[in-house]
Design a protein around this ligand. Structure first.
Ligand SMILES: [Zn+2]
Length: 307
């Protein structure tokens, strides 16, 4: 571990609805330690889970006393970064009023805490992966959302809604979305939509779907193609709005890996077939994936802490 001193280690926690993932980063960005535990729901459960993951990280690096710096925490839902509060984190069973999660965590962990939306945190890590200043991170998880780094800075938006691409309607004859609109991208290109279109008794539907489609199952091919068309549509909308250098695909569904990348590239090329303008923008060439099993949101949370 060389020159890494106790105070310079950056700690990041990614608190998800199912799992909480913690990492300790070295100065060079490499992962010194990582821990994953099941998340207990509710405000008390979230704080308790974070404390257990933080303690386990401390043990991994030779004692909790080694982790004295700020901890970055990524959470799903609407985060007020300045006030350190969380709202509408339905996945964590935290509803309604602003929860002062930053201060609750700081008190429990005994170190300063910085709170950030999980997709925004992951975007910082995605930016570090591709080493660019204009980067879109497209998270295809249970829902569909993008994080934006523009000119090297995170763009959160006036209402924290920058990058809410999942609620862009694209199909007037599509399904009603949870947001109340019809035919949103999230009703086509999200883990939730995929689980409805391709239900599996157990195991991730995405892996099962892509395997069945690759084996030539006609229904699987149709479901896969509509899903990837939706992802490609999100990429197109983001590129036409922001024109980023790079677009990085992540989120739970991206664990399918290269087969997903290939199919989204095919859909992007198909979108460009009738349009010399769109084809000239080279959307497919800007697209890459988060490496398999890379804890992108936890690393991003650590980057939030590292400033
Ligand atoms: Zn919607």
């Amino acid at each position: 571990m060389g020159a890494v001193t106790a105070g310079t280690r950056a700690v990041g926690l990614d608190i998800g609805g199912t799992k909480t993932h913690g990492v300790v980063l070295a100065d060079d960005g490499s992962i010194l330690a990582q821990v994953r535990k099941s998340t207990r729901p509710g405000a008390d459960g979230v704080v308790d889970t974070a404390a257990r993951v933080f303690a386990a990280l401390g043990r991994e690096v030779g004692g909790q006393g080694h982790l004295t710096g700020p901890v970055g925490v990524g959470v799903p839902g609407l985060v007020d970064v300045a006030r350190g509060t969380l709202r509408h984190a339905v996945n964590l069973d935290v509803n309604g009023d602003d929860l002062p999660l930053r201060d609750l965590l700081a008190e429990r962990l005994g170190v300063p805490v910085l709170l950030e939306n999980d997709v925004n945190a992951a975007t910082l890590a995605a930016r570090a992966l591709v080493d660019a200043d204009d980067v879109v991170y497209l998270s295809v998880g249970t829902g569909l959302a993008a994080g934006l780094v523009l000119d090297g800075r995170l763009r959160r938006g006036e209402h924290g809604a920058a990058g809410e691409i999942g609620h862009l309607p694209v199909d007037p004859s599509g399904a009603v979305c949870g947001c109340g609109q019809v035919g949103c991208l999230e009703t086509i290109a999200s883990g939730r939509a995929l689980a409805e279109a391709w239900p599996t008794p157990d195991g991730p539907p995405a892996a099962d779907l892509f395997a069945a489609a690759a084996a030539g199952d006609v229904k699987a091919v149709a479901v896969r193609d509509r899903f990837c068309w939706g992802v490609a549509n999100a990429v197109r909308a983001l590129c036409l709005t922001i024109d980023p250098e790079r677009i990085v695909l992540g989120g739970g569904v991206s664990e399918v890996g290269e087969p997903l990348h290939e199919q989204v590239v095919l859909q992007l090329r198909a979108l460009g077939e009738g349009s010399a303008f769109l084809a000239s923008l080279g959307l497919a060439d800007r697209l890459s994936m988060v490496p398999l099993h890379y804890p992108v949101a936890a690393v991003g949370a650590a980057l939030v802490a590292a400033g």
